[in-house]
Design a protein around this ligand. Structure first.
Ligand code: HEC
Length: 107
C-alpha cells in the first residue's frame, strides 16, 4: 500500500517536470515562430506591413486572433499550438509590458 503511494508520487513528479520543461520550450520558440510564421508576410516590401509586439497592448493581442480579426486565414500556415506560443510572446512584449519589443521586424 505505502509503496503504491510512493510510486504515484514519483509518477506525479515526472509528469510535472515534463509539463514544466515543455512550457519552457514553448516560451523559447515564441520569437522564432513569430519571425518564421508572421514575417513571411509582414515584412518591409512584403504582402503586409511589418508588425511588432509593441504595436498593441497585451489585451489587444490576446483578443485579436481569438475574435478572428486577422484579415487573412492562417489555419493552413500555423498550428493552433504555435499560434498560442506567438500570442504569448506578443503579449509578453506588448506596448504595456515590462519589455516592449518595438523593432523585431524592421519597418
Ligand atoms: C499570408 C500572409 C500573412 C501571414 C502569414 C500573417 N499575416 Fe497578418 N496580415 C496579413 C495581411 C494581408 C494583413 C492586412 C494588410 C496589412 O495590415 O498590412 C494583415 C494584418 C495583420 C494585422 C493588422 C494590422 C495592424 O497593424 O493592426 C496584424 C496585427 C497582423 N496581421 C498580425 C499577424 C501575426 C501576429 C501573424 C503571425 C501569427 C500574421 N499576422 C501572419 C497577412 C498575413
Amino acid at each position: 500500500m505505502k509503496r503504491n503511494v510512493l510510486v504515484l508520487w514519483i509518477q506525479l513528479l515526472v509528469a510535472l517536470s515534463i509539463m514544466l520543461s515543455s512550457t519552457v520550450v514553448l516560451a523559447a520558440s515564441g520569437p522564432a515562430l513569430f519571425i518564421e510564421k508572421c514575417a513571411s508576410c509582414h515584412v518591409n516590401g512584403g504582402e503586409a506591413a511589418p508588425v511588432n509586439p509593441a504595436d498593441k497592448a497585451a489585451i489587444v493581442w490576446d483578443k485579436y486572433f481569438k475574435r478572428g480579426r486577422h484579415p487573412v486565414a492562417l489555419e493552413s500556415r500555423i498550428s493552433e499550438a504555435d499560434l498560442e506560443a506567438v500570442i504569448e510572446y506578443l503579449m509578453n512584449h506588448a506596448a504595456d509590458s515590462d519589455q516592449p519589443a518595438a523593432a523585431v521586424i524592421p519597418k
